[in-house]
Design a protein around this ligand. Structure first.
Ligand code: NAP
Length: 338
């Protein structure tokens, strides 16, 4: 593995310059089975050495635990990192397994204070609305987020899993630096409406789950058999039953391209995202999640892989063949409202 730092990209027209790949920190505390805290801390440090500066968390990841876990790392490197967190998935005290979407002003005010406290910082660099509550006009939500910017609690605004239309309505209230949506070789529904709107409005696309939640690396084949009880991926239709077997077969062309580059399938998935960004003409910052330093080395090295046109053509049809939705409840996504 080489030690050279990854290139940078601007996080939206008015946003900061960040490493062209960020780090998804969710799995360190939530969703993907047991974690080793020391390995996660080593992953954060290694990522920074390699030029990763955008660190992604949310208040909902482990009910605040992920923000608390990251706080010492952020304190040690405050001037080098761009901290992104999110609000909107409220966890009822009587049932920690539930999530209630809240976009209303009093909730946002309470959520930002709680995140600032847990992160132990004076200001959040990028504050996202995590999910859309259709009962609250998006203009009302973004107006409160804009107040947080004016009050110095937040520097830049982001929206996650919004439609192109919602993004346009939001942008009329305050500039949106980044849209965070699922985007990978397996999940390309946002290319129809969200991506063109983001390009037009000067927002960057922060691509979450760019490794298809690990499936594109081949690290698991069937969530029910390969992953521990409670792993979130066991609830996702495309990773279980017949769908999982059919989708595993779709990785063949990814492996073929990987072999030609002496790379791994995961690296090809990340290189694809970076190159596809050029086709769409907007900055894309994938945020692969990992808890292992060697994997952050592998993932950042993908920023140097250049795919040929033939290789891109081989990868192009994959998304259209994926069996099963990306969430059990698609109303949880922008595609469910488009
Ligand atoms: N806005 C939203 O609604 C939303 C939703 C989901 C996620 N996110 C954010 O996006 C980030 C990334 O998404 P994600 O974690 O869901 O999915 P992902 O990045 O597509 O995949 C993560 C999975 O891949 C594994 N992995 C990573 N690098 C690997 C490698 N080189 N080889 C083999 N396996 C590898 C990880 O395991 P190890 O950790 O064990 O390495 C983990 O299980 C999250 O951390 C979170 O911050 C946002």
């Amino acid at each position: 593995m080489t030690d050279s730092r990854i290139p940078t990209a601007r996080l939206g027209d008015g946003g900061p310059e960040v490493g062209v790949q960020g780090l998804g920190c969710m799995g360190m505390s939530f969703g993907y089975g047991p974690s080793d805290a020391d390995a996660s801390r080593a992953t954060l440090e290694r990522a920074l050495e390699l030029g990763v500066t955008l660190y992604d968390t949310a208040d909902a990841y482990g009910a605040g635990e992920n923000e608390r876990f990251l706080a010492p790392f952020f304190k040690a490197h405050r001037d080098e990192v761009v901290i992104a967190t999110k609000f909107a998935l409220s966890i009822p005290p009587d049932d920690p397994t539930k999530r209630i979407i809240r976009n209303d002003p009093p909730y946002i005010r309470q959520a930002v204070e709680a995140s600032l406290r847990r992160l132990d910082v004076d200001v959040i660099d990028l504050y996202y609305m995590h999910r859309r509550d259709v009962n609250v006009p998006i203009e009302e939500t973004v107006a409160v987020m804009a107040e947080l910017v004016r009050e110095g609690k937040v520097k830049h605004l982001g929206l996650s899993e919004v439609t192109g239309q919602e993004l346009r309505a939001a942008q009329a209230v305050h500039p949106i630096a980044a849209v965070q949506s699922e985007w990978s070789l397996f999940s390309r529904d946002i290319e129809a409406g969200v991506v063109p709107a983001a390009r037009e409005l000067g927002a960057a696309l922060v691509a979450y789950s760019p490794l298809g939640r690990g499936f594109l690396t081949g690290s698991f084949g069937n969530a029910d058999q390969d992953l521990t009880a409670g792993d979130f991926r066991r609830q996702q239709p495309r990773f279980t039953g017949d769908n999982a077997a059919a989708n595993a077969a779709l990785l063949d062309p990814v492996r073929t391209v990987a072999e030609a580059h002496g790379a791994t399938p995961g690296q090809i998935a990340l290189a694809w995202a970076q190159q596809r960004a050029r086709v769409h003409g907007l900055p894309v910052i994938p945020i692969p999640g990992t808890r292992r330093p060697t994997r952050v080395e592998e993932n950042t090295a993908a920023a140097r892989i250049v795919l040929t046109q033939d290789e891109l053509s081989l990868l192009e049809p994959i998304a259209g063949k994926v069996a099963g939705d990306r969430y059990a409840d698609m109303t949880f996504t922008s595609a469910g409202r488009e």
